[in-house]
Design a protein around this ligand. Structure first.
Ligand code: C5P
Length: 224
């Protein structure tokens, strides 16, 4: 069996993709299925952790043994993740969080007969992962021992990934190689896991459960 190397640890995993409402019936969204986040949640449960999944618009069965908090938008997700920040040992941001949202949410359905030529205006969402890193750095005090980010990159994976790791202040960054039927909505993934203080770990194409366990293999020793 698996090591119970996360016994008693509190692990928060964000999963799925946020939706940003335009009006009562429309949203801006993305194609994240939540498969990788749910695989991480199951893997952490199997290793003995107390797991909370902050789940954005996922239609999969709940991971057995985890607490699921459902959210819709990036701002909902931020509230839920920050609420768990103080007691979390590990936070894994596996969710695809919208970088932008409609600047205003219309209370009624936006009509195509509107005389506004350019009816959708966007504003930036908070970067939750960067906020977690900054919070931990600025408070210098208690906070999750390990913060893990995900990133989809298509080129210059190592250089772009290392820059993102620093910018976001996380400990590990799981860089997905997107494209060729990988990542979004598929059961398989391939990744390079970067850390500020160790060698890059290449994870060849395989089931998302396998990648989840490799991530936790790198997380567990950082909790000791
Ligand atoms: O900057 P980029 O979107 O590539 O970063 C991806 C990582 O940052 C993921 O871990 C994602 O969950 C997180 N993220 C976030 N808030 C955002 C955008 C991304 O926490 N607004």
């Amino acid at each position: 069996g698996r090591p119970r190397d996360l016994a008693g640890r509190r692990v928060v995993v964000s999963a799925g993709g946020t939706r940003e409402a335009l009006d009562p019936v429309r949203f801006l969204g993305n194609r994240s299925s939540g498969l990788q986040g749910y695989a991480l949640a199951r893997a952490a449960v199997a290793r003995g952790a107390q797991v909370t999944v902050v789940s954005a618009n996922v239609t999969l069965d709940d991971p057995a043994g985890a607490t699921v908090v459902r959210v819709e938008s990036a701002r909902d997700m931020r509230d839920a993740v920050l609420a768990a920040y103080g007691t979390a040992d590990v936070i894994v941001m596996a969710a695809a969080v919208a970088d932008f949202r409609p600047a205003e949410r219309s209370g009624s359905k936006i009509k195509k007969t509107s005389d506004e030529p350019d009816p959708i205006h966007l504003t930036k969402n908070p970067d939750i992962l960067a906020e977690l890193g900054a919070l931990r750095r600025d408070t210098g005090g208690p906070g999750p021992a390990v913060i893990v980010g995900f990133a989809a990159e298509t080129d210059d994976i190592l250089a772009n990934g290392q820059a993102k790791l620093k910018r976001k202040g996380c400990d590990l960054l799981v860089v997905n190689e997107v494209g060729e039927n990988l990542a979004f909505g598929t059961p398989d993934n391939a990744a390079v896991i970067l850390s500020a203080d160790g060698p890059a770990v290449e994870v060849p194409r395989g089931p998302k459960d396998a990648l989840a366990h490799v991530v936790l293999d790198l997380v567990a020793p950082r909790l000791a």
